[in-house]
Design a protein around this ligand. Structure first.
Ligand SMILES: Cc1ncc(COP(=O)(O)O)c(C=O)c1O
Length: 432
């Protein structure tokens, strides 16, 4: 008889430390009321179909004219940092719309990545050694926290309010890190989502943006400004990007995604200080060699000709969905506090009464067809919480009585029905 040996793989230490992403697990749920992942629900489908037809027709013409070589390049490997024509279109838009200081040959400063997620991972990968500190808001985007912890960072979570991270506490936390036995130096990185944060949906006022930039400059700390929701803003006037203060391109890594305003084609774009850019390009080379050229071509045409008209239609739809969620929470949820987003995809809700939002999700909400992300997922599994009262670091205690609710994917009607159902279930659960 053949002896069967049990298979045992010697996995890297981090695989045991870090659990599967809560969001990836929840993306698998098929339910009628999906308030979990930040999935765009308003997509420019007809525009993309038209771009594909035009692109394909143009390619057929080129092939017929004997210019097949140009077409071959569109179906091939490309430069690691992205194709020039696409980077030029993005650079022009970044200067025109957001005052990003790029200069005349600015396109060279824009790097294309495979999703902005790759930029977050790659920038951490080139800046962080095990034991280094990074500062994040409390709570923070788990797609940043996971890679940070995986790479050995100690996350220092700094309190937030209805306007986002509080700069005074950021500075106090830095001073504390410098004096503490654990770090004895300032953190390497400060991570923020200034426009419509994930998970809280808050937007940093201009004054706080300037204060954060000044702190970064004073302490030589790199700010990673994750601007995934920059294009999904409900108010006429946008606040200045923190990157716009970085005239010498020294302290801010400005990370943009195309996923929310185009489609999750897995393309992001990042503007960053030259030395960090060179390292990121090196790291990206090992991660994927390059991002898909044909997809960059499609997005180039979209950003050049179509995006503004599409956003004029899409943003008001998201705004109405947000309003529908806000109003239904206020009408049907038990006592608690919610944020009041002016853009992006998320509302954060905190119950007054203690409860375990994860247990409630698994046992009550999901079986009734409603899913959201329990707030505890947005706290790091390793690191510290800065406490402004004691002016000291303490153990992180995730707020289990919280939830992140996404209004991006469902229609207004479904939001009203699904959130009312959730409110009813929650009220009953918390009153028992
Ligand atoms: C704040 C934030 N950053 C980054 C990402 C990743 O986006 P991408 O699809 O560009 O990888 C997301 C996606 O939800 C996000 O919410």
């Amino acid at each position: 008889m053949r002896h069967i040996k049990p298979v045992r793989y010697d996995f890297a230490a981090w695989t045991h430390l870090i659990p599967e992403s809560e969001i990836r697990r929840l993306l698998k749920f098929q339910v009628p009321y999906y308030f979990a992942g930040g999935k765009p629900g308003v997509l420019p489908l007809e525009i993309f179909a038209k771009i594909l037809i035009d692109l394909g027709t143009g390619q057929l013409v080129k092939i017929a004219r004997g210019q097949g070589g140009e077409v071959i390049d569109e179906y091939n490997y490309g430069p690691t940092a992205g194709i020039r024509s696409f980077r030029e279109v993005l650079a022009e838009r970044l200067i025109r719309k957001d005052n990003i200081p790029l200069g005349s040959d600015g396109w060279e400063k824009v790097i294309i990545t495979s999703g902005s997620q790759q930029a977050l991972y790659g920038v951490l990968d080139v800046l962080i050694d095990p034991g280094d500190a990074v500062i994040t808001p409390s709570p923070a985007y788990l797609g940043f926290l996971g890679p940070a912890v995986k790479l050995g960072a100690n996350v220092i979570c700094v309190p937030t309010d209805q306007d986002g991270i509080i700069p005074e506490f950021v500075e106090e936390a830095i001073e504390k890190a410098v004096k503490s036995e654990i770090f004895r130096k300032p953190p390497e990185v400060l991570y923020v989502v200034a426009d419509s944060d994930n998970p809280k949906g808050t937007t940093l006022p201009t004054k706080r943006r300037q204060q954060l930039f000044d702190i970064a400059e004073r302490w030589n700390i790199v700010i990673i400004e994750d601007a995934a929701y920059r294009e999904i803003q409900f108010e006429e006037e946008k606040r200045p990007a923190i990157k716009s203060f970085d005239k010498d391109n020294e302290w801010v890594v400005y990370v943009r995604s195309t996923s929310k305003e185009a489609a999750p084609f897995r393309i992001g774009y990042t503007v960053l200080p030259d030395a960090i850019r060179e390292q990121l390009e090196k790291a990206k080379g090992y991660l994927d060699l390059c991002s898909p050229v044909l997809v960059q071509k499609i997005l180039e045409i979209y950003y050049k000709n179509y995006i503004d008209d599409f956003l004029k239609k899409a943003v008001p739809i998201y705004k109405r969905r947000c309003k529908a969620m806000r109003e239904t929470i206020d009408e049907t949820f038990p006592e608690g506090e919610r944020t009041n987003p002016t853009g992006g995809f998320f509302i954060w809700w905190e119950s007054k009464k203690p409860f375990d939002a994860k247990k409630f999700l698994v046992e009550v909400a999901a079986p009734n067809g409603v899913v959201y992300v329990p707030g505890a997922a947005f706290y790091p599994i390793r690191g510290y919480q800065y406490n402004p009262d004691t002016k000291d670091f303490e153990k992180i205690v995730p707020k289990t009585n919280t939830m992140r609710l996404s209004y991006s994917y469902n229609t207004e009607d479904d939001i009203r029905i699904g959130i009312a159902k959730l409110g009813e279930l929650l009220t009953e659960y918390l009153s028992s």
